[in-house]
Design a protein around this ligand. Sequence first.
Ligand code: AMP
Length: 229
Amino acid sequence: MRLVLLGPPGAGKGTLANQVHEKFQVAHISTGDILREEMKSGSELGQEAKGYVESGGLVPDQLVTRLIESRLSRKETSDTGFLLDGFPRTTAQAEDLDKILETNGIPLEFAVLMEAGLPVIVQRLTGRRVCRQCGALYHIQNMPPQKQGVCDRCGGELYQRPDDTEETIKKRMDVYYEKTAPIIDFYAQQDKLKKIDAEKETAQLLKDLEAFIKDFDDASDQDQNAARS
Ligand code: AMP
């Protein structure tokens, strides 16, 4: 499986990617998570990224593309497959991604656009809580932890991302429409775009995604059989 998850902030890319990772053991590569880890460790890269991330802007293309290139070049990533979450976010990143995947001989299978309207996005983002320790995702109404403020999985402290406030969400949405939405056409032109209604329950989204994966695998098998006969 080699997929990109596209969609506005709050569409549920991270939640769906976590489930796919658990079910199929593919590498879940989230540039947002990687950047937050770098910021937490205080690395040079993290310090460089901090201002952009916290204000809801985009980290420069070169910096994130370098991060992705190193992850995609790992042998385990080409062995297990991958699910990219939050990358690409600009057309330049999408073009670079194609080049990196071609160099590594692991072409993208398809991109899934997760569509959700603004009221749902704002409700999801303002209620989102993240475990400081293991990164598990919660929502104060939709997916609350058993004990308020504490991660069910590891007992870590839950926090609200500083960029999940209403003001920063507005900026992130503007950035999404201006910089990221053009990628939808980029993949449509390559005939690699699938869409799902991301306002549905996560369990249903996983089923929709699995149906795409099955269709893709069936079509590839047919192509291989036709090539052999
Ligand atoms: P996310 O966790 O995907 O919502 O990303 C959080 C923030 O990290 C974004 O608002 C950006 O500041 C930064 N970021 C994540 N992925 C990228 C990317 N592909 N390009 C530029 N900035 C990114």
